[in-house]
Design a binder for this molecule. Structure first.
Ligand SMILES: [Mg+2]
Ligand SMILES: [Zn+2]
Length: 183
């Protein structure tokens, strides 16, 4: 059976600073905290027919701050916690590289590598996706893929790239998108 219906709409979601608090190289479960509006927003977006892919840069791996096993344990706990709230994440893709510490790569956002991989596996058109994140690299990724961009403004990072839409959190992002033809 195919993994998706052709009509499936996908959201490419950043993780840290978008779904959970970005405390910098976060990898300990005790530090995992949902951002305000994140769970409610994901539920609303899911009810509107969206499916979620997490695409995240994890330079903490390149820097040796944590390892792949620790990343996986942390991320699986996040997927489980979302699951208890009936929110399904289809898959998480992560880039473990950083040009200062490892080879350069094709996956580190804003490069399209991880989106292309997901598009191949799930059979969606990358230009039909909504890209939600809190950094310029997320917005650049969305623009590189010619999709719709929504910036979560959490004022942790300077933002120079103009997104299609801005929102305070994921619930606000749902409300913003609901006013458009995107939903
Ligand atoms: Mg982020
Ligand atoms: Zn990479």
């Amino acid at each position: 059976m195919p993994k998706n219906k052709p009509s499936s709409k996908f959201i490419i979601l950043d993780r840290d600073g978008t779904i959970i608090e970005d405390r910098g190289y976060i990898h300990k479960i005790k530090d995992m905290k949902f951002l305000p509006g994140a769970v409610r927003g994901l539920k609303k977006l899911q009810n509107a027919g969206f499916r979620f892919i997490i695409i995240t840069n994890q330079a903490g791996l390149a820097r040796g701050i944590y390892n792949h096993a620790q990343f996986n344990i942390f991320n699986q706990e996040l997927i489980k916690r979302l699951g208890t709230k009936n929110i399904k994440i289809e898959k998480t893709y992560y880039c473990p590289h950083h040009p200062e510490f490892t080879r350069s790569c094709r996956c580190r956002k804003p490069k399209k590598g991880m989106v292309l991989q997901a598009a191949k596996e799930f059979g969606f058109n990358i230009s039909k996706c909504v890209y939600i994140g809190d950094k310029d690299s997320d917005m650049e990724l969305g623009k590189n893929c010619k999709g719709i961009t929504v910036l979560i403004e959490n004022s942790q990072y300077p933002n120079r790239i103009q997104p299609d839409y801005k929102a305070k959190n994921l619930y606000h992002a749902f409300k913003v998108l609901a006013k458009t033809r995107v939903i």
